[in-house]
Ligand binder design. Structure first.
Ligand code: PMP
Ligand code: GLN
Length: 387
């Protein structure tokens, strides 16, 4: 894979550690996973629940996921259209595995897959390893909304799938109901599939609703929906996620999943099933928890020379630094980490290599992660306000 570099998230975290900078680059929480989960996983391990789970995942976890989905997204649907955990959900080793397997399930040599830039970095290598080709569509600043006429123009007889990501990493934009309506009519008209990366599904702000594909049964019929417990329960290192898909797609997905990992870590499945059942408030309170952190960071940066872009979801905020430096975003982030003491993510590595020179000419934007303690956010902002 000659075009694949070390992930920018790895690169910036190594640099942050080396220079002891405040690390607002790679997205992970500074605070711990809830004690309830730690107690339950410890208990599962000490009770000897340490062998393989069923390949698809523990039935009690599959069922709890379906119940959460019913509560969050499917109260308006008749029972027959609601997600069936046992048939339609598979537990994966992180959303990364779910995305990987969904892509291997769908994409055949020379198939085209539409992705939106800036894009999370695992999509394109997975498409290429399946022999597919990514068709890139740029999301335009400052709102990073999808230009649907542009999408329709890129569809041809080779197009197989569209990968969407809402709430969107790195921009913090979210898709609306009308975006999903348009997506649905396009995929039906052109006989396409959807991979919907919804790992930040529980983090939308200012009363905005997350438009999950799981709300729309007709769209779901052509979709793989991917989520991550790492984001939801502050345990990114557990690498626990899942994929939901209709019966026939899920049957194919499971054939591949069984030969990628067979199953995911059993004690974590036991603990998460109990967490979903007994502590549902953790999820319903997550949006306000992160909105408060976003607002701490926004307030602390209000006297800085950065221009703040809107963050409607995720735990990321974009800053435009054109008033501060003429360096390109990668150089700026290296300088910021080494000389200033705050690490951030440049956006250009999330665009195709051939677009980066022109991207650099027009864009001076970096990403900060606000999944940090308020003190850390204030300390970082104080430093950034001096630039
Ligand atoms: N998709 C997006 C948009 C992400 O931000 C992440 C986490 N970095 C993932 C997928 C992967 O999630 P996980 O850590 O559960 O594999
Ligand atoms: N999702 C995290 C981010 O966007 C990084 C995950 C990773 O390091 N692969 O920062």
């Amino acid at each position: 894979m000659p075009n694949v570099e070390t992930s920018i998230f790895t690169e910036m975290s190594i640099l942050a550690n080396q220079y002891q900078a405040i690390n607002l680059s790679q997205g992970f929480p500074e605070f711990d996973t809830p004690n309830f989960l730690k107690d339950k996983i410890n208990q599962a391990i000490s009770e000897g629940k340490n062998q393989y789970s069923p390949s698809n995942g523990l039935p009690e976890l599959l069922t709890q996921i379906a119940e959460m989905v019913h509560r969050q997204y499917q109260t308006h649907l008749p029972d027959a259209q609601k997600l069936n955990g046992l048939n339609n959900v598979t537990i994966t080793s992180g959303a990364t595995e779910a995305l990987w397997v969904a892509i291997q399930t769908l994409v055949r040599p020379n198939d085209e897959v539409i992705i939106f830039d800036p894009a999370y970095d695992s999509y394109e290598p997975a498409v290429e390893l399946a022999g597919g080709i990514c068709r890139h569509i740029t999301l335009d600043a400052p709102n990073y909304a999808i230009n649907w006429p542009r999408v329709e123009q890129s569809i041809n007889e080779k197009t197989r799938a569209i990968i969407i990501n809402s709430p969107h990493n790195p921009t913090g934009s979210i898709l609306s109901e009308s975006d999903l309506d348009t997506l649905q009519s396009l995929v039906e008209k052109h006989n396409l599939y959807v991979i919907s990366d919804e790992v930040y599904e529980h983090m939308t702000f200012d009363g905005l609703r997350h438009e999950s594909v799981l709300r729309y049964p007709q769209l779901f019929n052509r979709s793989f929906v991917v989520s991550s417990f790492g984001k939801t329960f502050h345990c990114t290192g557990w690498k626990m996620g899942y994929c939901a898909a209709p019966n026939e797609l899920m049957a194919e997905f499971r054939k591949i999943h069984q030969y990628v990992t067979f199953c995911s870590f059993t004690p974590a499945q036991i603990a998460i099933a109990q967490m979903l059942k007994e502590q549902p408030a953790h999820i319903t309170e997550l949006a306000s928890f992160y909105q408060q952190k976003r607002d701490v960071l926004i307030n602390a940066l209000k006297d800085s020379r950065f221009t703040l872009l809107p963050s409607k979801g995720t735990y990321f905020l974009l800053l435009d630094y054109s008033a501060i430096s003429t360096l390109n975003d990668r150089e700026f982030c290296q300088w910021l980490t080494k000389e200033v003491g705050v690490a951030a993510i440049p956006l250009s590595p999330l665009y195709p290599v051939e677009q980066r020179p022109s991207y650099h000419k027009n864009n001076k934007v970096i990403r900060l992660c606000f999944a940090k303690n308020d003190d850390t956010l204030r300390k970082a902002a104080e430093i950034l306000c001096q630039l």
